[in-house]
Design a protein around this ligand. Structure first.
Ligand SMILES: *Cc1c(COP(=O)(O)O)cnc(C)c1O
Length: 256
């Protein structure tokens, strides 16, 4: 048997750490959204997190996201009467809590249609103009407007997905002209270093880039900064993160 994971307790402790990090930086804890990264984990564990009041979930593979959140059967399985939940939100007894799906992984061209069919609340990793155009086209066909972040490879790692800082500046105009995408900000995955302090300059660089883009392209809303994972989300919040993507610290270690 594996050790039992107390998802509700983990969520409480992470929300406390988020609030403390926000206060250290003179920010309101309400500015930070906790995204529970549920990749590889079962719908049963997601339902436990939902019952504990967690609403935003992140998946990095499109098929897995579809099976767990997009497909109407699984979506129905993840709808719970609010009256049955341990949440403070009051509502009519028949009201339901629905999870909000975030797609956080790179999207291959041939997966763009399925990504749109998942009806994600936010796509974090638009990393090239070509995929932005494809998502825009499928969103138009589906009569949707997709909320997206542009992924930036701030450290300039050759092996990583994402725009370079110059690349995002160059392509922003074309992406902002796409009528079925709504840009909300930037996302980054810094090189992995066990010490969270090592990521701080990368988080700060993403924030500065965002500030420059907001000046140059004031027609868009650049407020969101998706940065920080289980081991460095507090540092990210100190540097301005508005969305932290936390998997292991909520659900435990992934086997795969
Ligand atoms: C898996 C993943 C995370 C979560 O990582 P943890 O270290 O488990 O918190 C965050 N962001 C992205 C893009 C991921 O793929």
């Amino acid at each position: 048997m594996t050790d039992a994971i107390d998802i509700a307790a983990n969520l409480i402790s992470i929300r406390e750490r988020i609030a403390a990090a926000a206060r250290r930086a003179g920010r309101s804890p309400d500015e930070v959204t906790l995204l529970a990264v549920s990749k590889t984990h079962s719908v049963g564990l997601i339902a436990q997190a939902l019952a504990a009041g967690q609403r935003d979930f992140g998946e990095n593979l499109i098929e897995e996201a579809w099976v767990k959140f997009g497909d109407p059967h699984s979506a129905a399985a993840l709808e719970m009467p609010l009256s049955s939940l341990q949440t403070p939100q009051a509502g009519p007894p028949e009201a339901v809590a629905r999870p909000r799906l975030h797609l956080i992984g790179p999207i291959q061209s041939r997966k763009a249609a399925l990504a749109v069919a998942c009806r994600p609340a936010l796509i974090h990793a638009v990393d090239r103009l070509k995929i932005a155009r494809r998502l825009d086209r499928f969103a138009a066909e589906a009569g949707l407007t997709l909320e997206v972040l542009l992924e930036v490879n701030v450290a300039g790692e050759a092996s990583k997905f994402g725009f370079s800082a110059e690349g995002v500046d160059r392509e922003a105009e074309a992406i902002l002209a796409l009528t079925h995408l709504r840009v909300r900000g930037l996302m980054t995955i810094p090189p992995y270093e066990p010490d969270p302090e090592a990521a701080r300059p990368h988080f700060a660089a993403l924030r500065r880039l965002r500030d420059q883009l907001a000046q140059r392209f004031p027609q868009a809303d650049w407020r969101a900064l998706s940065m920080g994972m289980s081991h460095d989300f507090e540092t990210a919040i100190e540097e301005g993160a508005t969305i932290v993507r936390v998997g292991t610290a909520i659900f435990g270690r992934r086997d795969s």
